[in-house]
Design a protein around this ligand. Structure first.
Ligand SMILES: Cc1cc2nc3c(=O)[nH]c(=O)nc-3n(C[C@H](O)[C@H](O)[C@H](O)COP(=O)(O)OP(=O)(O)OC[C@H]3O[C@@H](n4cnc5c(N)ncnc54)[C@H](O)[C@@H]3O)c2cc1C
Length: 420
């Protein structure tokens, strides 16, 4: 029997694709190699609360709302607290408030007065982006070096875990180029946009609640512990070979949505050269879950958290205050936080550096430590090559599509937009 759609990989890309097919009245079968769905989405339940080892929260988007409604999770969502609106950057040895609103911007202590004026002059910058301009180059050209080094750099490292000097604007943020080309200025473009209230969401049971609800609703269409080995393009569709709980099996399908990482793709055997796509480097990260006492000496201001740029020279990328962002999901006797760092930095050193930065020497407790050897894909020239090769395959072989966080952006909303 030939099935209509087969989805390979059960991360957010695979699950999102499944929901979009389901909403269009189409059937699917989803194959996932692990014994659980979610991929990078992983929630750690502890006595202090539900911690996220992958995405901590997601911006509400039309596609996410459709998934939430489809899974009947409307009453289970939680939104970030008003207190978490305050954001910070670690700059010159201190956690300092970051004010990016038009009214608050001039009060920033992170940029010098000259750097602030230069940023405002973005409105009159006439130059246009050149091909292959990096994010750092784009922001330096439009907003000045100070803005690019002190605000963009920590912000981008905190999301992509990569240097903005190595991220191509056209790949990671094509919307910036559209704004520049349409309005001649990012500030002008932002002014033209209707005011956006971007809600930040999670679930009462953590992100895993979405995964579990998906699994429950589509149980009959999901095959776990099923590792895809090969995809063969045939005259009338595709033959997928896989190892299901140790047993080698195959399925015939009309359409294939490949929702695997770019690394996993290269391990799949095909008769159309998928294994020959260039290798895409990923960053390796670690996640530390910390309990931080609420003492008067603490220099951790209440808010979403803080980020460290290259200039700060810290062994970690930033800290999120989970118990401030989603207070209903955590005990409130201490601050519960997630700290992100590159894999390879000693975790005890990260903890010590953080304690020193926050004036909390010997006072924090590490509740958990998690390593992600393949966390986030590069958005550089290799990404460009990989995506060009996959676009060409999609064009050549009708019925196959490739999705995931290396295609159109790493965030959950961007991935969902691409699969819907
Ligand atoms: C630490 C961290 C924090 C983040 N925080 C946020 C955040 O707060 N907000 C946000 O929007 N984004 C965040 N992101 C980004 C976002 O979580 C990821 O980009 C997204 O979850 C990736 O989803 P995916 O489906 O593309 O890939 P994955 O989640 O990697 O899913 C791929 C799936 O394919 C399966 N697979 C692999 N090989 C095979 C095979 N041969 N056969 C079958 N199955 C296979 C894997 O087991 C996996 O389940 C974060 C990422 C990290 C690492």
């Amino acid at each position: 029997m030939k099935i209509e759609h087969i989805i390979l990989g059960g991360g957010i890309a695979g699950m999102g694709k499944a929901v979009s097919l389901s909403l269009a009245g189409k059937s699917f079968v989803l194959l996932e190699k692990e014994e659980r769905l979610g991929g990078l989405i992983q929630t750690l339940p502890t006595q202090s609360g539900n911690f996220e080892l992958g995405p901590n929260s997601v911006f509400k988007s039309p596609e996410l709302s459709q998934i939430i409604a489809h899974l009947g999770l409307e009453e289970e969502t939680i939104t970030s607290s008003p207190a978490s609106k305050s954001r910070f950057i670690f700059h010159r040895g201190k956690v300092r408030p970051l004010k990016i609103s038009p009214t608050g911007f001039m009060g920033n202590k992170i940029l010098s007065p000259a750097e602030k004026w230069r940023a405002f002059r973005e409105i009159s910058v006439k130059t246009k982006s050149t091909e292959n301009e990096t994010l750092h180059q784009f922001f330096t050209r439009r907003f000045g070096q100070g803005f690019a080094d002190k605000i963009l750099d920590p912000g981008i490292r905190g999301i992509y875990a990569q240097d903005p000097e190595h991220i191509l604007t056209q790949l990671a943020f094509p919307e910036l180029l559209e704004m520049e080309s349409k309005y001649g200025s990012i500030i002008k473009a932002l002014k033209k946009q209707p005011p956006q209230k971007r809600e930040i969401l999670n679930f009462k049971g953590g992100m895993v609640q979405m995964t579990k609800a998906f699994q429950k609703k589509h149980e009959g269409s999901i095959r776990l512990e099923t590792k895809v080995l090969s995809i063969l393009s045939t005259e009338s569709g595709f033959k997928i070979e896989f190892l299901e709980k140790g047993k080698r099996t195959e399925i015939l399908a009309e359409n294939v949505s490949v929702c695997l990482s770019a690394t996993a793709l290269k391990e799949i055997q095909t008769n159309f050269g998928l294994e020959n796509i260039p290798r895409l480097p990923y960053t390796a990260m670690q996640v530390l879950i910390l309990k931080i006492p609420k003492t008067k000496s603490s220099k951790l201001p209440m808010g979403f958290g803080f980020l460290c740029g290259k200039m700060a020279n810290r062994p970690y990328l930033g800290l999120l205050q989970n118990s401030v962002i989603f207070p209903e999901n955590f005990n409130q006797d201490s601050t519960l936080a997630t700290v992100y760092g590159f894999l390879g930095k000693d975790r005890e050193n990260i903890k010590l550096a953080l304690e020193e930065d926050l004036n909390l020497r010997g006072m924090t407790e590490m509740i958990h430590h998690h390593e992600i050897p393949q966390a986030l894909p590069s958005y550089n020239h290799s990404n460009q090559e990989v995506n060009a090769a996959l676009d060409a395959l999609e064009h050549k072989i009708s019925g196959i599509k490739f999705y995931g966080n290396y295609r159109k952006g790493i965030s959950v909303p961007k991935i969902l937009k691409s699969v819907f």
